[in-house]
Write a protein that binds this ligand. Sequence first.
Ligand SMILES: [Zn+2]
Length: 153
Amino acid sequence: MLERSRCTHVRRNYQECLLPVPEDSPVTICMKHMREAYTWFSDYLDVLYEQRSEHLEEHREYWRHYYNPRRRDTDPVVYYALVGGLIKIGVTRYLYGRMRGLMAEDLLATEPGDEEVEKARHHQFRHVRVKGREWYEDCPELRAHIAYLNSDD
Ligand SMILES: [Zn+2]
């Protein structure tokens, strides 16, 4: 059995976190990263609970067709996904795996960009944010931005 008493979360600079892991923790991450994961996940669950469960499976199946586990390392993209009637703005290097994981109803748009671009978009649309950092109202302003991203120029 693998025993780790230090957090195995890898930071963006590729350094491991290495803060202490609580003794009875089921995962090898520190309290700080557990709290981050909890906040993210509870927001996500709030959104999913608004969808009916049979629809979630449909969405998962849909993305399975696009998801190619061999094609993993792509350039990062900022995505705009419709989940539970809200728009999630996030960044990923595994787009279709991410859509499948989110059980997204629709992938509305993507744009090339990393965490910096994501952060700028979170700031740009902060007045229509619903919860957490990444969940936004499906509103005309965000739809206009999405339409712009999907236009040719
Ligand atoms: Zn940590």
